[in-house]
Write a protein that binds this ligand. Structure first.
Ligand code: ADP
Ligand code: MG
Length: 326
């Protein structure tokens, strides 16, 4: 199978005509994208490299899902509506069963978010998947309504969606560093391999949240990005910090639980701030998006990050978040 057959067979979908903002898709030298009047494009790229981001033997269908999910998660963090994406793929060989499964996982998630594949590049080489995604956010006379990292202010409350630490729990189990009961392993593994991008929540938080990002490298490290961009500090109540998957049948001591929740990584949940007066609006947005949220702390004037327990006593510990070049 040649390069062009491969593209036509697995990545071009003549049965699904392009709609909306997409005026031209796969097949020409460029795709054409027309954002609606009153909107601006939100653009993000993520690369997934074999052995670095996924195991060589990972199920290609879940890999197709995850490759797009991590990009959709960036749009969610900005409150953007997904429009389209491009796929740059480097493959060791044209394995048809692999390609069919990869495309199945990819398009199932793409269709669920009405996000169309409009182009890309295909070459032979080590397995490497790079997606660039395009979304739109409203822009008004007062400026963009995108959620940014820089908008947090002292007094704002700090919130997180879903649960944190599940993906790390699964990773440790798959690496043989931890034993989990099979039902819990299955649930945690789904969180690692098939994260749910919080698109509906991100869009519902426009005009409500003051700052947001998606947690990919671990809660504390990613919160650090908001604090740095916003020029403030924060205090987290570690007893509130979004619970791990319900885990009655696994015993984690408090230090382990904290390390998973605070520094786990690969969560793809939204971490956001909102003025205290917007608390009810945050809960309404969460209901509208059918996505649970938990308030875990607040933004403060004093720089740095403080961890406290329910009684306000300092919690000590070192929790490193993930850094490819550390
Ligand atoms: P060019 O030589 O102009 O870069 P290519 O021959 O690489 O074009 O690709 C032909 C067409 O197929 C282009 O429209 C390109 O966007 C699309 N394409 C290539 N690889 C992929 C892919 N993996 N997924 C989707 N579209 C792709
Ligand atoms: Mg090309």
């Amino acid at each position: 199978m040649g390069e062009f057959d491969l593209i036509a067979r697995y990545f071009q979908r003549p049965q699904r005509p392009y709609t909306g903002a997409v005026r031209l898709g796969v097949g020409d030298d460029c795709a054409l994208l027309q954002p609606a009047p009153g909107t601006q494009l939100a653009i993000s790229s993520d690369m997934l490299v074999e052995s670095r981001h996924f195991f060589p033997d990972v199920d290609p269908q879940t890999l197709g899902h995850k490759a797009l999910a991590v990009n959709l998660s960036d749009l969610a963090a900005c409150g953007a509506r997904p429009l389209a994406f491009t796929l740059a793929l480097s493959l060791p060989q044209a394995d048809e069963a692999w390609l069919a499964a990869f495309a199945r996982g990819l398009f199932a998630l793409a269709d669920a978010h009405d996000c169309q594949l409009i182009g890309g590049d295909t070459t032979r080489g080590p397995l490497n998947i790079c997606i660039t995604i395009f979304g739109e956010v409203p822009v008004t006379d007062n400026g963009s309504r995108a959620l940014l990292r820089s908008g947090a202010r002292p007094g704002d409350e700090l919130w997180v969606s879903g649960t944190l630490g599940d993906a790390r729990l699964a990773l440790e189990a798959l690496q043989g560093r931890r034993k989990l009961p099979p039902p819990l392993l299955q649930a945690a593994r789904a969180r690692l391999e098939q994260p749910t991008p919080r698109i509906a929540l991100g869009m519902a938080l426009r005009g409500v949240a003051s700052a947001a990002l998606d947690v990919s490298d671990g809660l504390l490290g990613d919160l650090g990005h908001i604090l740095q961009a916003s020029g403030c500090g924060a205090c987290i109540d570690t007893t509130l910090a979004a619970p791990l998957l319900a885990t009655p049948d696994v015993t984690l001591d408090e230090a382990e639980r904290l390390s998973l929740v605070l520094a786990g990584g690969d969560d793809y949940e939204l971490l956001f701030t909102a003025p205290a007066a917007q608390g009810q609006a945050v809960l309404a947005a969460a209901r509208e998006a059918a996505t649970p949220v938990t308030r875990i702390g607040r933004i403060e004037t004093e720089a740095g990050l403080r961890l406290v327990d329910a009684q306000g006593r300092p919690v000590v510990g070192r929790y490193a978040s993930f850094d490819h070049f550390a």
